[in-house]
Design a protein around this ligand. Structure first.
Ligand SMILES: Cc1cc2nc3c(=O)[nH]c(=O)nc-3n(C[C@H](O)[C@H](O)[C@H](O)COP(=O)(O)OP(=O)(O)OC[C@H]3O[C@@H](n4cnc5c(N)ncnc54)[C@H](O)[C@@H]3O)c2cc1C
Length: 435
């Protein structure tokens, strides 16, 4: 007897059932749909912290999705392995008609997906992919000459002009849930099966709507903690970007909407310029003679530079996996400019620690802070951590919360003097850029 023909919908960073482009299109097709998630060994094996909170978050989310799916007599197939080995196994087990998935713009993912596309095509299986995690992708926003924007302000102008209901409407996948493949529940590998353990870090909730009203006035004051903490949910798709943007428009939260556009922008920078994963967007900056002093890097990582705002930020990151945006800018500027340590070192440290780590935004943020990225501002803008404190944490509420020794006046002495560091970086950067 010939095996039943099915479609597979592969979830990656779009871990929700409703308003999910790939699920919607898969369910609307003729064959029943099997949902798939792969805990990718290529990614997991690189994670040093076996209690990684992001792996915990994905695992919890998958379990939750599976519970929801049981109401429809279906289940999500969860595999632990490399995509290559998992797909070979799947094609031996199932009679697959088409594979559906949503776009992922990171270099590893685009390479993985083009390999899969080739393999599926050799087996005469259709591979159908969709935009889901950003509002505008690829060539939807380009300059008049057909090239991608490399500076945010003109990009955002077009982004705003183009934004309309069409791009924000949700995909009503729920309507078609009766087209999931009927199957008893599959077993989900445990964290332990994959060499991980339960994390003790608190996961961010999803209550962004209530934060939008005062966002613009309060977002820059780290002690107020007035931003939405939605990054991890956007990263793993537990919220739809279209819903988030619609909510911003509903509440006239223009500033917050522009932050979502920054996210789109950096994703498209990474997609159009994948070399920026390891090289500066502005090539001249790769001639900088970094000092890369390992003791100073350690002091920065541990929050022991003697600059209260920098140290408070690093302590917040180390303790919670989160750091306020204003402070991210200050610590990144401090590492690259005050200490003359390569932005790639800081980027890698953030990638390891940030719960909301997003490759495109992290690389974009680091290159912006260093001056080598997509920024119109000149390299000689050097944040002064003390002035930043006066402006954004004048009564030391944020600093005292994360750096108790500051309150007790036991904080270590600065490892470098600001005026000296500023002169040094100006000289080194100038040499590199003029060489
Ligand atoms: C050095 C550096 C590294 C960064 N690394 C990351 C990262 O790994 N992941 C990440 O999501 N953001 C990163 N950012 C951007 C920003 O700091 C965070 O998005 C923000 O602090 C997350 O907190 P929130 O969710 O409360 O943000 P909100 O202010 O509530 O913003 C809502 C969402 O908009 C997006 N967003 C906001 N600001 C930016 C921005 N400047 N660039 C791109 N997207 C933005 C994020 O998805 C964010 O969750 C980085 C910034 C810097 C300066």
């Amino acid at each position: 007897m010939s095996k039943q023909s099915i479609n597979i919908c592969w979830l990656r960073r779009d871990l929700r059932l409703d308003d999910n482009a790939a699920i919607y299109h898969a369910l609307k097709s003729k064959d029943p749909v099997l949902l798939l998630f792969i805990f990718d060994k290529n990614i997991l094996n690189k994670l040093l912290d076996k209690k990684d909170v992001r792996v915990n978050f994905i695992h919890e989310t998958i379990i939750h999705l599976n519970q929801q799916l049981q109401a429809y007599d279906t289940s999500i197939l969860v595999k632990y392995g490399t995509p290559e080995e998992v797909w070979t196994g799947l094609l031996n087990t199932y009679n697959v008609n088409s594979v559906f998935t949503n776009h992922d713009y990171e270099p590893y993912a685009t390479e993985r997906d083009s390999g899969l596309a080739e393999y599926l095509s050799s087996e005469s299986i259709a591979f159908r992919t969709f935009k889901d995690q950003i509002i505008f992708e690829k060539d939807e926003i380009l300059k008049a000459d057909g090239k991608p924007y490399t500076v945010f302000t003109p990009y955002f102008r077009q982004w705003q002009q183009k934004l309309n209901e069409f791009y924000l409407k949700s995909y009503p996948s729920k309507r078609y849930f009766n087209n999931f493949l009927t199957t008893p529940p599959f077993e989900i590998p445990s964290l332990r099966d994959m060499g991980f353990e339960k994390s003790t870090q608190a996961l961010p909730g999803l209550d962004f709507e209530s934060k939008l009203r005062d966002y613009e006035e309060r977002r820059d004051y780290p002690a107020d903690d007035a931003t939405t903490h939605i990054g991890m949910h956007l990263r793993f798709g537990t919220i739809s970007i279209r819903y988030a943007a619609r909510e911003a428009l509903k509440q006239n939260a223009d500033k917050w909407l522009s932050e979502l556009a920054w996210r789109d922008f950096y994703m498209m920078i990474l997609w159009h310029f994948p070399h920026t994963v390891s090289q500066s967007f502005k090539p001249a900056y790769d001639k900088i003679r970094w000092r890369n002093n390992e003791d100073e890097f350690k002091a920065w990582c541990e929050g022991k530079t003697g600059y209260p705002l920098v140290d408070a930020g690093m302590r917040q990151l180390n303790e919670t996996g989160y750091m306020h945006n204003r402070v991210r800018m200050v610590v990144a500027s401090f590492l690259t400019k005050h200490l003359l340590i390569d932005w790639r070192w800081g980027e890698a440290y953030f990638a390891e620690k940030l719960m909301d780590y997003e490759m495109a935004s992290n690389i974009g943020g680091w290159q912006w802070a260093c001056g080598c990225g997509n920024d119109a501002a000149p390299y000689f803008r050097v944040f002064n951590p003390e002035l930043q404190t006066k402006k954004f944490d004048p009564d030391y509420r944020y600093i005292n919360k994360w750096l108790p020794e500051h309150k007790q006046q036991k904080h270590v002495k600065p490892i470098v003097e600001h005026a000296f560091a500023r002169e040094r970086i100006l000289k080194v950067f100038k040499e590199a850029l003029n060489s």
